[in-house]
Design a protein around this ligand. Sequence first.
Ligand code: SF4
Length: 890
Amino acid sequence: MADGGGAATVRTTCPYCGVGCGVSAVAGEGRVLAVAGDRAHPANLGRLCSKGAALGATVGLEGRLLSPMIGDREVGWKQATALVARRFAETIARHGPDSVAFYVSGQLLTEDYYVANKLMKGFIGSGNIDTNSRLCMASAVAAHKQAFGADLVPGCYDDLDHADLVVFSGHNAAWTHPVLFRRIEAARARGQKRVVIDPRRTDTAEGADIHLALAPQSDVRLWNGLLADLIRRGAVDRDYIAAHVNGFDAVEAALAEADQSPAAVAADCGVALADLTAFFDLFAANPRTVSLFSMGANQSAQGVAKGLAILNAHLATGRIGKPGACPFSITGQPNAMGGRETGGMANTLAGHMDFAPEDVARVARFWGTPKTAARPGLKAIDMFEAIHDGRIKAVWIMATNPAVSLPDAGRVRGALGKCPFVVVSDCVAETDTLKYAHVKLPALAWGEKSGTVTNSERRISRQRPLFPAPGQARADWRIIADVATAMGFADGFSWADESAVFREWTRLTAYENEGRLLNLTGLMGLGRAAYDALEPVQWPAPAPGVGTPRLFDDGRFQTPDGRARMVPVRPAPPGSATDAVYPMSLNTGRIRDQWHTMTRTGLAPDLCRHAPEPFVEIHPEDAEPLGVTEGALTRVITARGEAVVAARLTDRQRPGSLFMPMHWTDAFAPSGRSNGLIAPNLDPVSGQPEFKHTPARVRAWRETWKGFLLTTETKTPALPEGVIWRRIPQAGCRQFEIAGRGDEIEREAVRRLAATGAQGQPLAYEDVRAGALRLAWVSGERLTRVLFMTTAGTLPPRDWLIDLFGQALSPQARGTLLFGRPAGPVVDAGPMVCACLKVGARAIDAAIAAGAGTADAIGAATGAGTNCGSCRPELARMIAAAAKEPVHAV
Ligand code: SF4
């Protein structure tokens, strides 16, 4: 398609969350990219959130891996491919197929996933391929399979428009799936009710009709209590149960084992009885209910039970397969669903087939290989444990960063350090995981890849290329196919292009299909042109041009007798309990403007200004006796490790609970990694780790000095051991916030380091008595480096100094450098609230003080919230905080 100016507009799909928004992109010279929401895409109807809107800032080639590398040596593809194939083949020959493994990612496209799975399960003959979706979705997958007979998501986004009640269970949609949340806001205007079940008062909970700030890990008790209440008041659908559901009696009997009175349930869940009964009333009164559940439910040692408890409530009331009524698992990653479909998980085969002998035989027939794995492989945590103890001797990690993202990340690093052969394919040159790679393989990034992804509502969309492949980077499926060919499997891996991979995949879904709902028959005949032109479509796709928005509308499920199964679930304690040493519960999760380990969103400075550095949220009542103050560096300690991050005191956090974001890595803040603190407590069925609860304690860190370094140098300085640093991306320089607990020897070491390699003349101001040091280096008219340190005083806002890096220094500006403030008034924009329009908290506070009482009014005054709208819940919260009133929906 061409726009009015002649530049080609390419319709593609956002690479971040599971909403799967359509993106209209226009690429220009020098990898300049303009993006907008694709109005024709049914998932987002033209909207994008702050992350999607900033995609143009993330497509540069800075930091890309552009050549295959063996060790630190750049090599050609032939050499790298031959080495990977030889080492894998030798390891398999010597130690068997289960001595090798692939650890893959929801960032891969469906075609990549299909090829990786085919190589490992079909031709190597091991089940040892697992995906980082294990960390997000495995519990929902297991619950779906038990209840519906297969991993089937019943609903679609339209159901959110039709629903009269939306329940968010462990799902901060306002931050994690912002475009979906905006869609729900529209339904709210016509009176749709909202209930949020979450220990934290998140932006999703602000403005909800009911927020149940339940005690950590008490979800099963709460959903069981709801079902018991529905039975008591006769609000279950006996006709639907009789016609379509097994297991109701067993569930009812299991419920009777405990006191299900609302008072007992409220007490066990730590919520007010009035709030609980109000939720029960709302649920009973609204047949059109959608229950969204996500990481808060899944990432638990009882994640499957939580999912089943939600599914039980919907099956018992017949609220499934109808407009506006369904349980709805929302995926975290752009193609978590594609991985689930193609067998990216160790315990499934491709096409929603399992390891039943007839399924194994069918897949083997289709692939024409007798070696097809006959039993499941190791799930993620067990896989890295097997690497640690030497059972797995060669691993290939694709498009993911387990050295950061897995729980007990220190042990994962230990495992990778011991592994005889580690291959990592990625699009970036530096991640915490790449440090362990013997071979690095350059993959295409978003904007270069071509293939398909499936979003949370089973909608398959095309990711289309915008730029030619840079350097030697290649598509993941091609890299895998080349290795497979070099291992002697050419016959199974000789596709001409990704459309041919897609055709083979769709044929597998249709192959001997006698009732599998994952059926892409209608897409089997797509030639290259039709594949390129493919419009978003929801599976099952039984015929060309036909998709399926909603499953189970006929009451038939994918079980042998066609009936759904209710499964008794009982509350269980978390994987590990708090005690006197670790009395608090640490919860980890995402923040609004960052994605995963920041390899992409960390390239967009504007996305880093809403939450510039890692933090821990703590209730003021918990902080005060510990001497922890707002913004102060604070230790978060668990049995697995320790982090040092800034404290955020907020009553949105439940007393006794803590929250840390999961994004920061060694590249941005080594002391701020949360996943090194997490115990690998797993759900026994799904193998999903319990990221939402780790016993922890908090202590003040108490620095003796603090400061900041601004530099045009792109290398991270090697600061003395013990100095805490956080890198904050900026447009004209790199910002490092630093602090230490040492004496003047440590400060002098930092000062010397800051001076090393600095370009230009140093300007210095020092007040030894006041403990203040200010240094600036100027080369010609350019500021090249700034170091400010203080032992007792405060530090100035950084924005005016950062702005000076982007301009020729005037004599006046040069003169102000060492005063520590600009010539005019100090302008501190505050934390960035609106990333799109670059509006800081100070401007919004001023607008509210001037009378702006709605998000629209703030938008009119400042522009905030008028583009993607991701910040509108925060605007509502700021208005309410100013008025000291409950928040109303905006
Ligand atoms: Fe991308 Fe945001 Fe849409 Fe998610 S909601 S797919 S991150 S634009």
